[in-house]
Write a protein of this length. Sequence first.
Length: 198
Amino acid sequence: MTETLTVSDGQSAAIGPGRLILVVGPSGAGKDTLLGLAKAACADDPNIVFPRRVITRQASASEDNEEVSAGTFQEALARNEYAMHWEAHGHCYALSRAIDDEIRAGHTVVANVSRTVVAAMRTAYANVLVVSITAPPDVLAERLALRKRASDGKIENRLHRAVDEAAAGPDATIVNTSSAEYHARQLVRIIKGERWDG
């Protein structure tokens, strides 16, 4: 399935000194689950920020996203309110330009994004770390079937995309096949810059 990316213009130099941690991976890998647990574990650290994505599809219990209409999304885009935005599976996704201020303030911003944005983000931001969360194809298929989210479309399409797209050059990879709590602890160590050997 085709994805498109647009990075907002007007950035003459890479934004820093804070860190931008991009969490990527195929549908069904458990990114939102691990991010939710990591966010709770980092709640007492004001220097770690988990921005809400803006998405033009119905919100679900497993995601902390801001649901907007396609029209509202386009209006915000016209006002240059997004630091980055992309399209996938027939929906529009974005992160608010507020993340730029957080990174300029030296904070760590952690976000679930499309793998298609990684190359552009490594250019736009001074300190980017990519964390891939993945799982074997049979596990992905089982999780997508259990999720039963209408906006997911055909499971086969999502699995096919996961197989076809090359990895986005991750700096760390979490194979999410054990307990969510265990893998969330791995993610937290990565976010905090602590040693993690897999």
